[in-house]
Design a protein around this ligand. Structure first.
Ligand SMILES: Cc1ncc(C[n+]2csc(CCOP(=O)(O)OP(=O)(O)O)c2C)c(N)n1
Ligand SMILES: [Mg+2]
Length: 412
């Protein structure tokens, strides 16, 4: 069919009145303004999308916005403590050659724990690869998480996944997905299906700032915007996509503004403020469940550690850039807040860190003693019943002694 569109009839594109601001390097954290505008907001899109905060610089919460009671906040503090201890211990294990690979979340834990805790139990979570704390919060046993890192017989993925690619179906936590952005259309599809079935289920999906440059981001937001799909898109805007700073992979001044193109509500949140992440996610969840469509939450944070244990950030960034973000550490800010409110006794924080490390060391000792997955499991789960060729291949495989075992021909 021929197009009826004529060039002389095409209306000129109207650009929004907000000036295009030149790309900026990874910004230092801005001074807080409780529940409102960051101190440096005032230019272009940053003014249009002020950073939402609940905790101020002294550790006091704005009561108008706080959605967590003291007990709940204390509980989430324990999850943050455990996540921090887990990252430190797993990094050490990788350096010792006991596990092959690990992805940590140092500095970004509030984006993970605060958001997961704000969702309803029936909601499905679609992780990127730094959200282990959310799986643990949803009940994934620590031993099972560690078994995936060792790829042993206790691994729920039967040693077939990369390390650090946990999954926990009973807790509605889908498998970690290494190809960037793929979890976004999955989250939209699941939420859309639930809505068609009349179920009260909202999807939450995490991703990084780099993933907002993938086609899956556009596909997911486009569909979700048109169909008002109940989904919360949470971007951990941590300044880096491995060695590429945000400003070199997008000219957009904020991630939140990317929602405008799809008719998706965008908000910026202080990603190092657990109370703010919780309040913003809870609000987005309520709006989604009420049929008001999806929200794109840009949680402004910073990747304090390396991208993974395979990365060394000293090759591409200055330590001086990291220091101000360490000073705004989410775990430290929560500790100060809980101590000021009296919910956490002085000294209790350090004791909890030690307890978490002890718990992890004990679990590692148990898990490291487990054998690798049975070799015949390689041939299982391909078809409902194995084919003749698979049975033959399995027999052939089992006839070879496992690595490390003495070959019968070399005995004696
Ligand atoms: C489709 C795809 N392209 C490239 C990669 C390689 N890769 C892995 S992580 C990463 C950077 C991701 O950065 P971001 O989305 O900001 O997440 P962050 O690691 O900062 O949490 C890249 C390019 C990949 N896994 N998948
Ligand atoms: Mg990133």
């Amino acid at each position: 069919m021929r197009s009826t569109l004529r060039p002389d009839k095409v209306e000129p594109v109207r650009r929004p009145g907000v000036p295009r601001v030149r790309a900026v390097p990874v910004p230092a954290p801005t001074a807080p303004a409780v529940g409102g505008v960051a101190a440096d907001a005032g230019r272009g899109w940053e003014a249009a999308f002020p950073i939402f905060r609940v905790l101020d610089d002294h550790g006091d919460a704005d009561p108008r916005h706080a959605t967590l009671g003291p007990q709940e906040a204390l509980e989430l503090h324990r999850h943050l403590v455990r996540a921090r201890a887990l990252d430190a211990r797993m990094t050490a294990l990788q350096r010792q050659g006991r596990i092959g690979f690990y992805v940590g979340a140092e500095g970004e834990e509030a984006c993970v724990v605060g958001a997961a805790a704000a969702m309803a139990p029936q909601d499905w979570l679609f992780p990127c690869y730094r959200e282990h704390a959310a799986a643990l919060l949803r009940g994934l046993p620590l031993d099972a998480f560690l078994c995936n890192l060792f790829g042993n017989a206790g691994d729920l993925a039967r040693g077939r996944q990369m390390p650090c690619h946990e999954t926990w179906r009973p807790g509605h936590y889908t498998s970690v997905s290494a190809p960037l952005g793929t979890q976004l259309p999955h989250a939209v599809g699941a939420a859309w299906a639930a809505r068609l079935k009349g179920e009260d289920m909202v999807s939450l999906t995490w991703f990084g700032d780099g993933a907002t440059s993938t086609h899956d981001f556009h596909t997911a937001l486009g569909f979700a915007g048109v169909h008002e799909v109940p989904v919360v898109f949470l971007c951990r805007a941590n300044g880096w996509a491995i060695s590429t700073p945000t400003a070199q992979q997008t000219a957009a001044e904020t991630i939140a503004q990317k929602g405008i193109a799809y008719g998706v509500r965008g908000e910026r949140v202080d990603g190092n403020d657990l109370l703010a992440v919780h309040a913003a996610t809870r609000r987005a969840r309520a709006q989604a469940a009420a049929g008001e469509g999806p929200t794109l939450l840009e949680c402004v944070t910073y990747r304090v550690g390396p991208h993974t244990t395979s990365d060394d950030p000293r090759g591409y960034r200055d330590d001086a850039e990291v220091a101000p973000w360490r000073a705004r550490d989410p775990l430290e800010r929560l500790r100060v807040h809980l101590e000021r409110t009296g919910a956490l006794a002085p000294g209790a924080h350090a004791a909890l860190l030690r307890e978490a490390d002890d718990e992890i060391r004990a679990a590692v000792a148990r898990v490291e003693a487990l054998p690798p997955p049975a070799r015949e499991s390689l041939f299982e789960d391909v078809y409902a019943a194995p084919l003749r060729q698979q049975r033959e291949q399995c027999d052939e495989c089992l006839a070879v002694p496992p690595a490390g075992a003495a070959h019968p021909s070399r005995r004696g």
